[in-house]
Design a protein around this ligand. Structure first.
Ligand SMILES: [Zn+2]
Length: 131
């Protein structure tokens, strides 16, 4: 990649909004410059830059867990939309074999693991309201 951007008469710096590859929130802007056939950059694209929220989990040595449909395999499995970020302590305790900061988990296992935690959190929240 070159160190300069060609300003295009038609598309300017040819910007594209970068989406977080984990959660899909806005993560930055790519200045694409000239593309083959003078194409306009896509309005949005999934980049390799995490949004601030996801990056903070990674920075704290935590783990981002993305739920995927049961049986999905490969590089880009179908995601259910559920994402959980866990602390370094939790990662080391329950996900020792995970060498990455981001992993996929099948939906059934994800629900078994996190719906219980969600229910406990909700009931604790209810208790807090009664105090
Ligand atoms: Zn994100």
């Amino acid at each position: 990649m070159s160190n300069y951007i060609t300003l295009l008469r038609k598309h300017g710096v040819n910007p594209s909004l970068l989406k977080c590859p984990v959660c899909g929130k806005d993560a930055g802007i790519a200045l694409c410059g000239r593309l083959p056939k003078d194409e306009e950059a896509p309005r949005e694209m999934v980049g390799d830059i995490l949004c601030n929220e996801c990056q903070s989990v990674v920075d704290k040595k935590g783990l981002l867990i993305i739920a995927v449909r049961d049986g999905e395999k490969g590089h880009n499995p179908y995601r259910t939309g559920q994402i959980v970020g866990v602390t370094e302590e939790c990662k080391n305790k329950f996900f020792k074999n995970c060498n990455s900061s981001i992993c996929y988990m099948e939906e059934t296992q994800f629900k078994q693991m996190f719906n219980t935690a969600q229910n406990e959190f909700n009931s604790e929240s209810e208790n807090c309201k009664q105090d």
